[in-house]
Write a protein that binds this ligand. Structure first.
Ligand code: SAH
Ligand code: F3S
Length: 475
């Protein structure tokens, strides 16, 4: 009765939280399984950012509840943002849910499951559901356990490290400040120690995570010589031997002051890929959203970063159909979107989130119009992305080798611009930076072959990387 399946919805923060829950559960003797049909305990780690994400998880939980008829001991837990957002009200429609655990209580999940299990093993009647969505001081420090690789499995090359929880920005469309609570940062030393320990286990790439990472430590640390606590943290992680690449998400445009732009010019491990949420290209709508920058300022940041790193890749978040967004406002967004030449973009149709300022606004944009605007931006994105991909063919890119691909016959890795590559390689190259000659591309993947010549491995030896068969024939 100890097989757990965790399904994660939403962002990388949720992925990281699920990973930590899995690590804690494994430490307590639970088994994490990857077949949903073969579990005794189903945990849904949920997202509330848009209504569709909540509906998906609710549908899933409703469907799983039917399983209790066949399997009375089956446990269903709802964790994370939707648990925080809806609380005990979830039980009104889904009385069979056993656990509702909020975003500051992930570390309590093993204890609650132990209690449920003990009660059942003792033959006690199934008690009431457990709802815990309270705030907890210091909960930002609890997301730190990483899953140890199973014996014989390839070592983990990339890891997410949580540096901060919550957000105080109050963007008028956003539910996150409600679901994730106040901004709280972990101590710099604890983050650096975690990164060091990951490096010693073979991790080469760190992604620092938080809702608004550029505000990291603003209440706990001072600027030194004009350098913000976030950039100080980047410097410290940069010093760690073994860490070869640093990424972070999600920043806020407001955080891209000169110190962070300059960090791109002087910290070579910082990958030239920036997620810079724009939301809208209309100053009027940005003001209505309570986003404290203008389109002009946004463009200046893009230009400054491109001059620090000419090969900078950008991704963004856009909301179309914010209440009151006119055709002229959207045209401003379209224009700015086109001029930034994004590598990747997450385009969202505005979704009413009850409890936010925007939910009270009249002048909602009709669904069909949101859909049309969405499509206009998607078409631009596809065009840009095709051009950027075509430009990569024939170049040699530095690729970090992640491990075997899905087929197990070839290997996957990512470029500094975070493009996924598939190629032939040797297992000894996992965790190494190798030059890859890009030969071909599909919509989302690059195919290539390792550039021959000595590729040095971790021990400092050099050996010849096997030359791949022509990718076009092999893939
Ligand atoms: N800083 C956070 C933002 C979380 S929300 C982060 O970690 O990324 C992610 C994105 O969802 C936002 O940038 C915004 O573009 C989108 N979003 C948030 N609320 C939304 C809403 N009510 N409707 C549509 N999209 C929304
Ligand atoms: Fe949401 Fe704005 Fe914070 S998008 S997470 S309130 S920066």
């Amino acid at each position: 009765m100890n097989r757990v399946y965790i399904k994660t919805y939403g962002c990388q923060m949720n992925e990281r939280d699920s990973e930590a829950v899995a690590a804690m559960l494994r430490g307590r003797g639970y088994r994490i399984v990857d077949d949903e049909n073969a579990c005794d305990i189903l945990l849904l780690n949920t997202c509330s950012v848009r209504d569709a994400a909540e509906q998906k998880a609710l549908g899933k939980a409703g469907y799983a509840a039917a399983r209790k008829k066949r399997q009375p001991d089956f446990v269903i837990g709802i964790l994370g943002c939707m648990a925080q957002n809806r609380g005990a009200a979830i039980l009104d429609t889904l009385p069979d849910v056993d656990l509702v655990i909020g975003t500051q209580k992930f570390h309590q999940v093993p204890g609650y499951l132990d209690n449920l299990r003990a009660a059942r093993e003792a033959g006690l009647p199934i008690g009431a559901s457990i709802v815990d969505i309270a705030e907890e001081a210091g909960s930002q420090n609890t997301i730190r356990d990483h899953l140890d690789a199973e014996a014989g499995a390839a070592p983990q090359v990339s890891a997410f490290v949580s540096i901060q929880q919550g957000c105080n920005m109050d963007c008028h469309f956003c539910i996150v400040p409600k679901t994730r609570g106040d901004e709280r940062s972990r101590p710099m030393e604890a983050i650096v120690a975690e990164c060091r320990s990951l490096a010693s286990k073979g991790v080469r790439e760190i992604t620092l995570l938080g809702q608004i990472v550029t505000s990291y430590g603003r209440r706990d640390y001072r600027h030194t010589d004009g350098v913000s606590p976030f950039v100080q943290l980047l410097e410290k992680v940069h010093e760690i031997d073994g860490i070869e690449r640093i990424r972070f998400t999600s920043p806020h445009p407001r955080g891209f002051k000169d110190d962070l732009v300059a960090a791109y010019a002087r910290l070579p491990k910082l990958c030239e890929y920036v997620h810079l949420p724009m939301q809208s290209g209309s100053d009027r709508i940005l003001r209505a959203m309570n986003r404290p920058y203008s389109r002009e300022r946004y463009l200046k940041i893009v230009e400054a970063l491109r001059s620090a790193r000419p090969d900078m890749y950008f991704s963004t978040d856009i909301i179309v159909g914010y209440p009151g967004e006119t055709e002229a406002d959207f045209e401003q967004t379209r224009e700015l979107f086109e001029s930034c030449n994004y590598d990747m973009a997450y385009i969202f149709k505005y979704s009413v989130r009850s409890g936010t300022v925007a939910a009270e606004l009249a002048d909602q944009v009709p669904e069909a119009e949101k859909e049309r605007r969405n499509q206009v931006l998607l078409d631009i994105l596809h065009r840009n992305s095709e051009q950027r991909t075509a430009a990569l063919i024939g170049t040699t890119q530095e690729v970090l080798v992640d491990g075997p691909d899905k087929t197990g016959r070839r290997f996957t890795g990512r470029t500094r611009g975070n493009r996924v590559c598939i190629f032939d390689a040797d297992p000894r190259l996992i965790g190494q930076l190798v030059p890859l000659h890009i030969e071909r591309a599909s919509v989302s993947t690059l195919y290539g072959s390792l550039v021959l010549a000595g590729v040095s491995d971790r021990a400092g030896e050099t050996h010849s990387a096997p030359r791949a068969a022509p990718a076009s024939a092999a893939a």
